[in-house]
Design a protein around this ligand. Structure first.
Ligand code: GAF
Length: 431
């Protein structure tokens, strides 16, 4: 196979391997690579942990491993980005997770988290040495951590000598023997994220990485895990991601608090509906904000404290926006999709309150540029990036506007990236 078809970070990691690891007779397999992409989310922010809908696509930026299987139970890693080693042992996992985590840098905790969850799920893994490289902006809202987690599963599959297989087909197809289907990979990585970072994240990022298809966005039901692809590759519309350069670890933000507020709002609304309509069988099934119809919300919202009313109002409207965008995509109506994006940002800023002045400045600037169809903050918020749908001929004008106005308004520099909907994870033997 031609090397050039592999993502650049996989090749970079492979090149570095021989310079950072010595072959002292411990290796038991060929030089191999595995990778997984980051994501952007078109619409459906903070709906995933409310059992709602999301519409992401995987991007052409990946996290990658290149390395060799070892004959023992050690995992030794070198991060090309941080230029540091990390090492842990498969022995006594998952029991030794907490203890082994202590000594590890943040990036390696995600790897250990995934490995611990794979061992917990019963897979007989093998030790390996690998270089980790990537081009997903770290902490920039394109899910670098989910890309690393999913790439870890594929690396473990590659280095496990057939002990862990990953299904390539639809979830409805039988899972491979000694293996996982793609959404099982996503769910396992979500659990790893929880234990490695303390973030009670939803399934969005890991699912988007696992399900990536070139030129397609994926509509995912975060409760049933059913998914469906929609083309998202109009040659006249660019997906422009603009990075505020503001970095905040989501675990240290109010992300978990938002999740808790949603759970509380859902439970109060359930009680209110049941009190009023004791015979309503649907009300007994209310488990999350996803189950509250906009009509029910309009009727019962005044029974919520103001803060919870704002939070729940945003989530219920955002779930509706996802379905709206899906309908608009079927008609290829990107103008109207853009309008929905502006509305999504207003909700995230004013009701859900997860934006920040830098994100708002970027969305404002984008709004003033003709040919920008829509923009909004991307991902968890509190920093990171915006996603902008932009007519190709307006990309230069947007770039100029951001370069001129953003530093003046915020004292920071933004970086601008054009992404396209790309494929999901992969693995390969390189020699
Ligand atoms: C972060 C989380 F990890 C996702 O699960 C999701 O909630 C997102 O924020 C907001 O939509 O990326």
């Amino acid at each position: 196979m031609e090397r050039k078809q592999y993502p650049q970070p996989a090749l970079e990691a492979a090149q570095k391997f021989a310079t950072v690891f010595q072959d002292d007779g411990v290796y038991a397999g060929p030089l191999s690579a595995a990778w997984a992409p980051g994501r952007v989310n078109i619409i459906g922010e903070h709906t995933d942990y409310n059992d709602g809908f999301v519409l992401p696509l995987a991007v052409d930026r990946v996290s990658a491993f290149a390395g060799r299987t070892r004959q023992d139970q050690e995992v030794r890693l070198w991060s090309a980005h941080f230029e540091e080693y990390a090492q842990f042992s498969l022995e006594q996992l998952p029991g030794s997770f907490e203890q082994q985590c202590q000594g590890l840098p943040g990036w390696a905790r995600y790897v250990l988290g995934v490995v611990a969850e794979l061992v917990r799920a019963g897979f007989a893994l093998k030790g390996f040495d690998a270089v980790v490289a990537g081009d997903v902006p770290l902490g920039g809202g394109m899910s670098s951590s989910a890309a690393l987690e999913v790439a870890t599963v594929y690396a473990c599959a590659q280095f496990s000598g057939g002990q862990l297989k990953i299904g390539d087909g639809e979830e409805s197809q039988p899972r491979p023997q000694r293996g996982l289907q793609k959404m099982e990979v996503a769910a396992l990585c979500q659990r790893a994220e929880h234990i490695a970072s303390g973030l009670r994240s939803g399934i969005l990022d890991q699912a988007a990485s696992c399900l990536g298809q070139p030129g397609q966005a994926v509509l995912l039901d975060c409760r049933s895990f059913a998914y469906q692809y929609f083309p998202f590759s109009d040659p006249e519309v660019a997906i422009v991601v603009i990075d505020t350069s503001v970095r905040r670890e989501l675990a240290s933000t109010a992300y978990n608090e938002r999740r808790q507020q949603c759970e509380e709002a859902a439970s109060l609304l359930r009680e209110a509906v049941l009190r009023d309509e004791p015979e309503n069988a649907q009300a007994r099934e209310i488990k999350a904000l996803r189950d509250i119809t906009p009509e029910q919300f309009a009727r019962y919202k005044d029974q919520l404290p103001e803060l919870l009313r704002k939070r729940a109002g945003y989530v219920i409207a955002e779930d509706k926006r996802v379905m709206q965008v899906v309908e608009l995509l079927k008609r290829n109506d990107f103008e109207a999709v853009g309008q929905v994006l502006w509305q999504g940002h207003a909700g995230l800023r004013d009701e859900y309150e997860v934006s920040c002045s830098e994100l708002d400045a970027l969305v404002d600037i984008a709004h003033s540029v003709p040919g920008v169809l829509g923009a909004r903050m991307l991902g968890g918020g509190f920093g990171g990036c915006t996603i902008n749908l932009v007519r190709q001929e307006a990309v230069t004008a947007l770039t100029q506007a951001v370069e001129e106005q953003y530093p003046e308004r915020t004292g920071r520099q933004a970086s601008i990236d054009i992404c396209r909907a790309a494929g999901g994870p992969g693995m390969a033997v390189l020699e």
